[in-house]
Every structure is written in structure tokens, then in C-alpha cells.
Write a new protein. Structure first.
Length: 375
């Protein structure tokens, strides 16, 4: 995620902090300073750091549960509105998603329980509800925050944990795409409610509403792509008419191609037509600034581009694009020659075409029967 920096790597997962989190700490410091001076200010900052420590443990709960099913978590990012654990792929079974989703809130249940035991079990509900009052005991407030995190995250609205639990339960009776759409619709409906309440009570709810709405829409779209891609070949969706560059080309020649076409990604091929790397528009502009127009494209190209055979279904290409965070996936034939490119734009266009097509109709390359034999 942009505008974030790493603070360490634990168990193969990089922990990142978004720059806006630091702004939150500054704001908390000044707010508490106005109430009780420097001691209250530093205690307020310490409390927020402790809260986000609990949020981090919550996200590692998801990560450890995902690891049980062979799913890695490349990174966890802490934001002012919470944490975000990025899984390399979505779980394949409803039962797996249920376990992964419920693991995070269970961590907060354990944290709250441990704190209550430390306090001798005498903490009242009213005390724990006073999380914004700096005069309340530090641990009591922390226990209250963890209980709040459980209740908030278990709201049955996607993309919160409760929404994922809801999708897992729905997916036991419905197909994955339909279950996701229902959970996403509920999430978007609650996003409007959060936004409305934020106008009158807490502006932070407005930011949460925007995040929930966009995340729900993105997950619904991903589920639709996964559903459709099982019956579509990668070769049916790839870009077949594209400008390629020789490894001897310069950045100036690449710029000429950029201006002459609508492409954003340019493959660099060897003499036999095999992919050596990919030069994106952003990499091209950066190289133009740093090394000048006469620099060879091989110095700026990306070489970690995943590839997929043209006769594999789209599921594999889409999975590689997500796991590798690649700008494109190379589509090759049986000899390893590049025959097309799979990009985010082509997948989006496929979704628009599929949505507009009458039932039973196939347009262009999509008319072909899925998995038909092809040279």
C-alpha cells in the first residue's frame, strides 16, 4: 500500500504503518495535552499505541488461521481506522473462510479476558464503556476497546469479519458469487448508515463508511471475476494486438511507442519471441528522468512477470495477477512464445461485455466454447 512504511517482519509477514497513523498520534497528543498537559498527552499516545497493538494481534489472528490452510499473508498495514491483512489468495472453502474470519475477533476476546482477570474480575460494563475518558484506568479502557473491536468487527456487513462470516455461512447454500453479492450489498447499505450518522456524531464514521463501501464493491467484483473465470480461457481475454520492444531498444524508442499507442505495458522480447521483461509507463517515465532517453529498456524493465498458458482457464491468470501484484500476466503458447497479455483493463472489459451480453450469446472470441481444443 502506498504512503506506508515497514516497521518489521514477523513470521514472514511484513508489518506496515500508514503515514496517516502518525498524524493520528499527533492529533491525540494535542487533544490530550489540552485536557491535562504533557503527562495526559503522552498517556493518550501510549493508549492509542496499545490499542493498535491489539489491532495488530487481531490481524495476526487472521494470518495464523490462514497459514493453517496454506495461505500466506505478505503484509499487514495499520491504518487510522484499523488494520488490513492482505492474504495472497482467498480461501477456497466456506469453512476455511469462517475460521480465518472468526480468528481475529477471538484474539480480542482473549485479550479482554486476560485484562479482566488481571484486574481481579471486578471491572464493570459502565467503566469499560468510558474508553474516551482519560481519567478511567488504562487497562479498563483497553479491555473496553477490545470488546468494542469484537462487536464492531462482527457486524454482518462485508468487508468486516462479520460480513466474511456471513458470506461463509451463505456459501454453504449459495454459490460463492451470490453469497458475496448479498454480503456486499448489506455492507454498502450499512456504509450509507455509517456516513449518515457521521454527519451528526463522529466524522470518523464517514471515513469508515467510504472504506466499507469501496471495499465491499471491490470484493463483489472480484467474486464475479472468479465465478466467470472458471469457464473462460485466458486466451479468450488476452490482448493479442500489442506493440513489443526489442531488448536493444532505448527509452526514447519506448516513449515513441507509448505516444503512438494506447498501451501502458510494453513486453520486451528476445529474437525467438519469448518474454524477457515488461516495461510499464511509470517505469518508463522514471527511467527517462533518472537515466535519460538513451538508456536501454533492459535497465528499466521488470523481469518478475508471471506467465500462464493460453489454454489455462482465466482463474489461474487472475490468481497470479493478484498474488504477484503484477501489472500484467504474460500469456504464452506451448513453445514459450508470448502470444498475448492479460491486464487489469482486459479483465474489466470482459466483465463489462459479459454483463451487457444477452443470455446465451457469445461475442467475438468469447463465442468459442470454453476449453475448446485450439492450436
Amino acid at each position: 500500500m502506498t504512503w506506508s512504511f515497514s516497521i518489521g517482519k514477523f513470521g514472514g509477514t511484513v508489518v506496515r504503518v500508514h503515514i496517516t497513523f502518525l498524524l493520528l498520534l499527533v492529533w491525540i497528543w494535542f487533544m490530550h495535552y489540552r485536557i491535562g498537559g504533557a503527562p495526559a498527552a503522552w498517556e493518550g499516545v501510549a493508549f492509542i499505541i496499545a490499542v493498535f497493538g491489539c489491532v495488530l494481534l487481531h490481524e495476526f489472528g487472521h494470518a495464523l488461521a490462514a497459514r493453517r490452510y496454506g495461505i500466506r499473508t505478505p503484509d499487514i498495514t495499520l491504518l487510522p481506522i484499523g488494520g488490513l491483512a492482505r492474504l495472497e489468495r482467498m480461501p477456497e472453502e466456506p469453512g476455511q473462510e469462517f475460521v480465518i474470519a472468526i480468528a481475529g475477533p477471538l484474539v480480542n476476546v482473549v485479550i479482554a479476558g486476560v485484562i479482566i482477570v488481571i484486574l481481579g474480575g471486578t471491572v464493570g460494563v459502565e467503566q469499560m464503556m468510558q474508553v474516551e475518558d482519560p481519567r478511567t484506568n488504562f487497562l479498563v479502557r483497553l479491555a473496553g476497546v477490545n470488546i468494542f473491536l469484537v462487536l464492531f468487527n462482527m457486524i454482518p456487513a462485508f468487508p468486516m469479519d462479520g460480513g466474511r462470516v456471513l458470506r461463509a455461512l451463505l456459501a454453504t447454500r449459495l454459490d460463492w458469487a451470490r453469497a458475496t453479492q448479498i454480503a456486499a450489498n448489506i455492507g454498502q447499505g450499512l456504509a450509507f448508515l455509517f456516513g449518515f450518522l457521521g454527519l451528526f456524531y463522529n466524522p470518523l464514521l464517514i471515513f469508515i463508511a467510504i472504506f466499507v463501501y469501496l471495499a465491499a464493491a471491490a470484493e463483489a467484483q472480484n467474486a464475479q471475476i472468479r465465478h466467470i473465470s472458471n469457464s473462460v480461457l485466458t486466451g479468450d481475454v488476452m490482448v493479442t494486438e500489442f506493440a513489443a520492444l526489442d531488448r536493444s531498444a532505448t527509452i526514447a524508442e519506448a516513449i515513441d511507442r507509448l505516444l503512438a499507442t494506447t498501451q501502458s505495458e510494453f513486453p520486451i522480447l528476445d529474437a525467438e519471441g519469448r518474454l524477457e521483461g515488461l516495461l510499464t509507463r511509470n517505469d518508463m517515465i522514471a527511467a527517462l528522468k533518472e537515466t535519460g532517453p538513451d538508456a536501454p529498456v533492459v535497465r528499466a524493465m521488470r523481469t518478475d512477470i508471471p506467465s500462464v498458458h493460453r489454454r489455462q482457464n482465466l482463474t489461474e491468470g487472475f490468481r497470479l495477477m493478484q498474488e504477484k501484484s503484477a501489472p500484467a500476466v504474460a500469456v504464452v503458447d506451448s513453445t514459450g512464445r508470448l502470444v498475448g497479455l492479460l491486464t487489469h483493463e482486459t479483465i474489466g472489459e470482459m466483465m463489462m461485455v459479459r454483463a451487457a451480453m444477452p443470455e446465451g450469446f457469445r461475442f467475438g472470441r468469447l463465442r468459442r466454447t470454453p476449453f475448446a481444443r485450439r492450436p
